[in-house]
Structures are given as structure tokens and as C-alpha cells.
Design a protein around this ligand. Structure first.
Ligand SMILES: [Zn+2]
Length: 106
């Protein structure tokens, strides 16, 4: 199976898992490459030098846009009113629950 495409290189395992969870919550399957397969699920191997995130080809563009926004967090992050998740400045909607900041509808 070679239809996995690298979309991001995380600096460490924690970042990789953060992005993996975020992408998976949006319906995109994520494969981590470069991480030591220790078999221990509870603890993250923090000594991994670099972890590559791979996604399926149909998801690549969405995933790429997501990680690019993640990388461009050069403004003030905002916290979602609905779920309390912290979002990067470039996120127009909460990546976690999809609600918009200062939501006036309803
Ligand atoms: Zn939210």
C-alpha cells in the first residue's frame, strides 16, 4: 500500500500525536512514520527525533491546509467557547468542534 502521502514533519512525538488526533477527529486517517514502535500505548516516546505524518491521498489537500494553518500560528490563539479547545490564530473555526468564535447564531 503506497497511497499514504507525507503531509507534515513533526518536531517530536507529542506534536505528531496532537496533529494526528486533530486530523482524525476531522475524519482523516493518519499514519505516523519514524516513531519507535515500542508497543507501549500509554507513554509517548519523547526521544524520537522526527515523526512524519502521512495521510491518504484523497485527504492530503485538507490535511495540508490544516497543518499549514497549524504552522502559521503567529497571532493570538483563541479559546473555543463551546468546547474550550485552544485554536491557532489562523483558524476561523474551532478545529475540534467546528464552532466559530463569537458565535451569534442560535
Ligand atoms: Zn470547539
Amino acid at each position: 500500500m503506497s497511497d499514504w502521502i507525507a503531509v507534515f514533519e513533526a518536531a517530536n512525538s507529542l506534536e505528531a500525536h496532537t496533529l494526528k488526533g486533530a486530523l482524525e477527529s476531522r475524519g482523516m486517517a493518519v499514519l505516523l512514520k519514524g516513531e519507535a514502535l515500542s508497543g507501549a500505548l500509554g507513554e509517548l516516546p519523547m526521544d524520537a527525533a522526527c515523526v512524519t505524518l502521512l495521510v491518504k491521498m484523497p485527504h492530503w489537500q485538507r490535511a495540508r491546509e490544516f497543518v499549514r494553518a497549524y504552522q502559521q500560528q503567529d497571532g493570538c490563539p483563541w479559546r473555543c467557547d463551546r468546547c474550550g479547545e485552544e485554536n491557532g490564530a489562523r483558524f476561523e473555526v474551532c478545529w475540534h468542534c467546528g464552532s466559530v468564535p463569537e458565535d451569534t447564531q442560535g
